[in-house]
Design a protein around this ligand. Structure first.
Ligand SMILES: [Zn+2]
Length: 296
């Protein structure tokens, strides 16, 4: 077993010598979650939800192992109309949300109402893929598990918990054994799922990592692989924000400049402000095709 540490800002995968048909992944984000969200001044209840959404996105990214970005977005009809979390294959995360007057005691359903959860896989090479499930759950954890039930070929289950200092997650997945001797019996999977269900929310948020895995599954001889470090970063730029303006069309952009001396685009993810004045107009209206990415 790897040193029995609690991971700080990392995702980690484990193999169990005595359960070769199972894959385990943990995520724990400490300081990084605050660097990512504190400047957005979200109500506490919404910040916790964003933290869990990001933790889930990190696990998905590590599970799918591809070169590119994974974007998990929730659209709702309640006071929270949108939440989004992104994780790149370099371990860069960011998240934001849109909301209106909400009460800290509201339930998940009261906050989000009806809507959907969309998982977008955006590889550097090749086609984008998107999977969507309706919002019919009472938590981020349930939403993601609902997505797995609809999209994953393999039995997959995720647990999430957001605490004051850190957010943690644990995923277990049933994989075919080497040599194709797959799914002959349920025992390992059931044992893992039963053990994982014994974890408390506090343990999950504060101890996710090799320490937690050893506490839960030591009888199955788990081996932790190297941690995958996660950090906050934003992919916004002056050029990408200009695309959002260009996408409005020449007529609209000219009208906007008639009414004001400059245009401003704020990046909700990181707080960066991009300003464009009359001297930029020609560049803004140049023939460069607007990008398809409207998230900046
Ligand atoms: Zn940004």
């Amino acid at each position: 077993m790897t040193d029995l540490v609690t991971d700080q800002n990392a995702v980690r995968r484990y193999l169990c010598d005595d359960a070769p048909d199972a894959r385990l992944i943990t995520v724990r984000l400490g300081r990084t979650k605050d660097e990512m969200l504190d400047h957005q001044n979200m109500p506490g209840i919404l910040k916790s939800l964003c933290e869990e959404l990001v933790a889930a996105t990190c696990v998905l990214s590590h599970m799918l192992k591809f070169d590119g970005e994974i974007i998990v977005q929730i659209k709702g009809s309640g006071p929270v109309t949108m939440m989004v979390a992104e994780c790149s294959s370099e371990g860069r995360i960011r998240s934001t949300a849109q909301w209106d007057n909400l009460t800290e005691t509201a339930s998940f359903r009261e906050l989000l109402g009806t809507g959907y959860l969309a998982v977008t896989i955006d590889p550097k090479q090749g086609e984008r893929y998107q999977g969507i499930v309706p919002l019919e759950s009472d938590s981020i954890e349930e939403c993601i598990n609902h997505y797995f039930e609809n999209s994953e070929q393999l039995d997959t289950k995720l647990w999430l918990s957001s605490g004051e200092k850190s957010v943690g997650g644990l995923l277990i997945q049933r994989v075919p054994e080497e040599g194709g001797r797959a799914f002959l019996e349920d025992s390992n999977w059931q044992t893992l799922a039963t053990l994982a269900d014994t974890i408390t929310k506090k343990e999950l948020s504060s101890e996710a990592g090799p320490l937690l895995i050893y506490k839960l599954f030591h009888e199955l001889n788990p081996r932790g692989l190297d941690p995958w470090e996660i950090h906050f970063g934003c992919s916004c730029s002056r050029e990408r924000s200009a695309r959002a303006i260009r996408a409005l069309g020449e007529k609209e952009v000219k009208q906007l400049f008639l009414k004001r001396p400059s245009l401003q685009v704020d990046c909700h993810f990181c707080g960066q402000v991009y300003q464009y004045d009359h001297a930029d107009l020609e560049w803004l209206l140049s023939d460069q095709p607007p990008g398809s990415d409207t998230l900046q």
